[in-house]
Design a protein around this ligand. Structure first.
Ligand SMILES: O=C(O)Cc1cc(O)ccc1O
Ligand SMILES: [Fe+2]
Length: 466
């Protein structure tokens, strides 16, 4: 087995397929046959449509799901600004939104020490916007997050984001994600995508604190990358993506108008938190059918492809999911991983080459090390991150360069037990106050530490003997 693949505990059931049209019912007969919205849906349920694209989006892009639930989602009092919207999302509570959302555009290479675990936060209050581009109100761009959850979300609470689809990359601690569509268990080395609008509740597993990375896509949806000459299989295969099966809570509270509101629903709306209290469980979907649903993927199933002759290929061969812009081949966000793999290139400098890219690159490390960067204190370590913005020069640090320049080129397995990843974007990425200051993790001497001592190997122009 090249990489570890996960067991699926019995408690969780999934249906397989990427961008498939799926259906699931937790009570037999809950799905109407033929109809979407019969006069009286079966079992006394309400029909509710959840759309992820405009009704009129072309068929190949159209995403929506019909939910059959005990009570419709609209039955709640108005949302109000959450009283203490964690300092986390973008800044301090009292800070005006413009300041909270302010992004600082910096040409320097940035690297962060591992972000802190937090004890008092849940998945929502522990979500920190580190960097981003664009604007959720215009449905353009993306946000890059760090989360640190020291406790489960309240069992009578739910969260949804109106801002975009959230790709979650756990780094420490598993997440039990209860969604309106059913449950997902997402462990480090697995990922999940929760589409815009889908309500969910994140619980810690075995009480273990959780930390990880997330990318919110303000526009469009993730797709599998084109395979071109690779052919019809490879990289992340469609059948390895897993969606939940319907599971519901039967708690519809008091029917009295003034009955107690026991459920809290929080929403992220333009990167601000709002909340409301309602009588009924938001997790009351008994059945659903559609192609707009949350899903997970075990990174251990990724079929890694590389050069078997010479030269280091572009990292696009490691793309798991891509969120295309309107320009073919140019992504608002690519999610790229660097799993264990064999390097066999002859007469090849095997780590990444030095480069300056028109794309920006935010990297994190789930486990182990990265072949172009030293680990250890002040290095690139699990739970930390780096950002190489548009045209910011970067590449292996000096020691990695010298090591690879002089290495014996026998076949070598790199990255055993490791997995770095990259959120790559065609957009220039700005960094928040939280990312620059509040988190206190920016490594002051990243550039000096990495490239301060790069050696001159220029031989003065003497023709070399072959
Ligand atoms: O900068 C990085 O480490 C990411 C990266 C890896 C690679 O193999 C080629 C290009 C690239 O940007
Ligand atoms: Fe790079």
């Amino acid at each position: 087995m090249p990489v570890t693949q996960f067991e699926i505990p019995e408690k969780y059931q999934y249906q397989n397929g990427f961008d498939s049209y799926l259906e699931s019912e937790a009570a037999p007969g809950a799905l109407p046959i033929g109809h979407n919205s019969p006069q009286k849906p079966p079992l006394g349920l309400y029909a509710e449509k959840l759309s992820g694209t405009a009704f009129t989006a072309p068929r190949h892009e159209n995403k929506q799901t019909w939910l059959y639930r005990i009570l419709p989602s609209c039955a709640h009092p108005p949302f109000v600004a959450a009283e203490s919207p964690s300092e986390s999302l973008v800044g301090k509570d009292e800070t005006p939104l413009e300041k909270k959302n302010k992004l600082h555009y910096i040409p320097n290479q940035l690297r962060w020490d591992p972000f802190d675990h937090e004890s008092g936060t849940d998945f929502v209050s522990g979500l920190h916007l580190v960097a981003g581009a664009g604007d959720p109100t215009l449905k353009q761009g993306l946000g890059m997050y760090i989360y640190a959850a020291g406790k489960s979300m309240d069992q009578k609470s739910a969260f949804y984001s109106a801002d975009g689809d959230l790709l979650v990359v756990p780094q420490e601690g598993a997440l039990d994600i209860k969604t309106e569509f059913g449950c997902l268990l997402v462990r480090p080395m697995e990922i999940a995508v929760i589409p815009r609008g889908v309500k969910y509740r994140v619980s810690l597993v075995d009480g273990r604190p959780a930390r990880g990375y997330a990318l919110e896509l303000y526009q469009g949806h993730f797709v599998l990358p084109e395979l071109g000459p690779i052919g019809s299989n490879g990289l992340a295969n469609a059948r390895d993506f897993q969606a939940p099966v319907a599971a519901f809570e039967e708690d519809h509270g008091s029917t009295a108008f003034d009955g107690p509101n026991t459920y809290t629903v929080r929403t992220k709306f333009n990167n601000s938190l709002f909340e409301t209290q309602q009588k009924h469980s938001p997790f009351d979907v008994v059945a659903w059918h559609g192609n707009y649903y949350p899903f997970k993927y075990d990174l251990g199933r990724f079929n890694t492809i590389g050069s078997i002759s010479f030269d280091h290929p572009d990292p696009s061969i490691f793309t798991v999911l891509s969120a295309p812009s309107d320009h073919v081949g140019t992504a608002i966000a690519d999610f790229v991983i660097f799993p264990p793999r064999w390097l066999v290139g002859e007469d090849t400098f095997r780590p990444p080459w030095y480069h300056r890219n028109t794309m920006s690159e935010f990297m994190g490390l789930i486990q182990g090390g990265y072949d172009a960067k030293k680990g250890g204190k002040g290095g690139f370590v699990p739970g930390g991150a780096s950002l190489h913005n548009v045209m910011s020069g970067h590449g292996p640090d000096m020691d990695s360069y010298e090591g690879a320049r002089n290495a014996e080129l026998k076949p070598l397995k790199v990255g055993e037990g490791s997995c770095a990843f990259m959120f790559e974007s065609c957009l220039m990425v700005g960094v928040t106050d939280w990312g620059l200051e509040t988190c206190q993790k920016v490594q002051g001497s990243y550039s000096e530490h990495s490239w301060g001592g790069v050696k001159v190997h220029w031989n003065g122009g003497k023709k070399e003997e072959k």
